[in-house]
Design a protein around this ligand. Structure first.
Ligand SMILES: NC(=O)c1ccc[n+]([C@@H]2O[C@H](COP(=O)([O-])OP(=O)(O)OC[C@H]3O[C@@H](n4cnc5c(N)ncnc54)[C@H](O)[C@@H]3O)[C@@H](O)[C@H]2O)c1
Length: 474
């Protein structure tokens, strides 16, 4: 078996000891990192899992630069290549870039010597499987048969291992032919090694492709919906936390993905919604496209509104003021900064002349500089960032930043996170807020972009606290 990508393969290998899993990537640096103790991504519990399958007595997880040999040896090939938003050409700024996927497919067609099952794991537009099939059928060797399946990945960064081990569902899209069902059965056997069969759902190929885009769009839509309501709360005196709690108790609505914040980020939501907009426009469904585009528009509005609130509270100017930013990744428990709300907020504050000091327990300093496009101070500790700052801005919900009592669930998540070589020790103690109050300068604002602090307790320490979806104090 040959897999592009890393986390899914570690879970597959560790649950299928009799299966050989080989991960290949064009990026040799990444393969080197996957083969070391400093994995290319931070994901709680991942190193432990990789080491078990890669270095244990019954080794069955391999990382290799030899793409062609891995293809030749594989029965199932998981396509996990990147599908970012297109930057040039038709559909630029909206459509997904399928160049990497096409490159990988052409390579498979060129070197495969026997029948293969090709599994689309990358997020792709609806009907991509048809294009893959056409390429394979027209360029593959005579006599070699390819089956194409869609098996979208629903894991979320930060909880990927738990998501993979106990998924709500595994979706397999196949063509409704005997060959299609047989290929789907072979893939289902891989997952059935660690999950009940009734969680593995087989549906139409194109439905599976669209489901991934739809699921991300629906999740992002919930966040934008609650964020749009947070603006009404700020203007009226209603409290978004009370509104979400009360709405979420309705079993038809439910509480998940329902927290007001500075806005969503990550590599998937925006690009997948843009892809849905592009498909809608292509199909002549302009109203549908505009509907989904509004989810992104509210997200941009939310980031901008939060930044404007900071500037307004600080006397309508942040020029030469020292501001501490706590958290830069798009969510906690990941080192991924792609599309992080922090990029927009920090970029604008820097553009307005603020002296911004950033602390994040996991984001890499050179990545932060690349994201902001200019030099900003990146600190080793939250205290260094907060020293002499007039305001603290919380942009990621890392557990250490809140001033609430640690729960059992959090303690066990801390254990899972564990220290990982190459990353700062992630089991950290909670921020000492009284100390932060001592080392800051007036007016000592806390702008909580994730609604993680107990504002009342911080106000007792002399902070002025501004939370999303709650009326402003000033
Ligand atoms: N990151 C997530 O949380 C997540 C979750 C669900 C789905 N997805 C989807 O999974 C796909 C991959 O996402 P990612 O975040 O892992 O991307 P990524 O950019 O981190 O990794 C993709 C890897 O594919 C490699 N690659 C590109 N072309 C190749 C080729 N022809 N042969 C071999 N390797 C090649 C790249 O070098 C890169 O290392 C995307 O379609 C994404 O939408 C991602």
């Amino acid at each position: 078996m040959c897999i592009y990508g890393g986390t899914t393969c570690a879970v597959i290998a560790s649950n299928n000891p009799e299966v050989v899993v080989t991960v290949v990537d064009l990026n040799a640096e990444r393969i080197k990192a996957w083969s070391s103790d400093e994995l290319p991504i931070y994901e709680p519990g991942l190193l432990h899992l990789v080491k078990k399958a890669r270095d244990g007595a019954r080794r069955n997880l391999f990382f290799s630069k030899s793409i062609s040999s891995a293809i030749i040896e594989a029965d199932l090939i998981f396509m996990c290549v990147n599908t970012p938003t297109k930057q040039t050409g038709p559909g630029a700024g909206q459509a997904l870039e399928l160049d990497y996927l096409e490159g990988a497919i052409r390579r498979i067609a060129e070197v495969a010597q026997n029948d293969k099952i090709i599994v689309e794991k990358s997020t792709v537009p609806c009907r991509t499987a048809e294009t893959i099939r056409e390429i394979l059928d027209t360029t593959g060797r005579p006599g070699v048969k390819f089956s194409v399946l869609s098996n979208p990945e629903f894991l979320a960064a930060g909880t990927a291992i738990a998501d993979l081990l106990q998924p709500d569902r595994v979706l397999i899209g196949c063509s409704k032919t005997p060959d299609g069902y047989s290929a789907a059965g072979a893939l289902a056997d891989v997952y059935a090694a660690w999950m009940p069969r009734d969680r593995i759902i087989t549906i139409n190929l194109f439905s599976a492709e669209l489901t991934k885009l739809a699921a991300n769009a629906l999740l992002a839509q919930r966040i934008s919906s609650i964020n749009s309501l947070s603006a009404i709360c700020e203007a009226t005196g209603a409290d978004i936390e009370e509104v979400t709690y009360a709405c979420g108790l309705d079993s038809r609505i439910g509480p998940s993905m329902f927290k007001a914040s500075v806005g969503f980020g990550g590599s998937c939501f925006k690009k997948d919604i843009l892809s849905l907009c592009y498909i809608s426009e292509f199909l002549g469904l302009a109203e549908v496209s505009a509907y989904w585009k509004s989810v992104i528009d509210i997200n941009e509005y939310q980031k901008d509104k939060f930044t404007s609130r900071i500037v307004s509270c600080l006397g309508n100017t942040v020029t030469k003021k020292k501001l501490a930013v706590l958290g830069f990744t798009f969510k906690k428990d990941t080192d991924d900064t792609r599309e992080s709300a922090a990029i927009s907020v920090v970029s604008r504050l820097v553009a307005e002349g603020a002296h911004v000091s950033i602390y994040d327990p996991c984001a890499k300093t050179d990545q932060i500089w690349r994201d902001i496009g200019t030099y900003v101070t990146v600190c080793e500790s939250a205290y260094e960032a907060c020293m002499n700052a007039q305001a603290v801005i919380i942009l990621t919900e890392w557990d250490e930043f809140n001033n609430r009592v640690t729960t059992d669930a959090q303690r066990s998540s801390d254990r899972l996170r564990g220290p990982q070589p190459g990353f700062v020790n992630l089991i950290r103690s909670k921020l000492d807020w009284p100390l932060v109050a001592d080392i800051m300068c007036p007016p000592k604002y806390v702008f909580d972009g994730r609604n993680v602090v107990d504002a009342g307790k911080l106000e007792e320490l002399g902070f002025r606290v501004e939370c999303v979806g709650k009326p402003s104090m000033s």
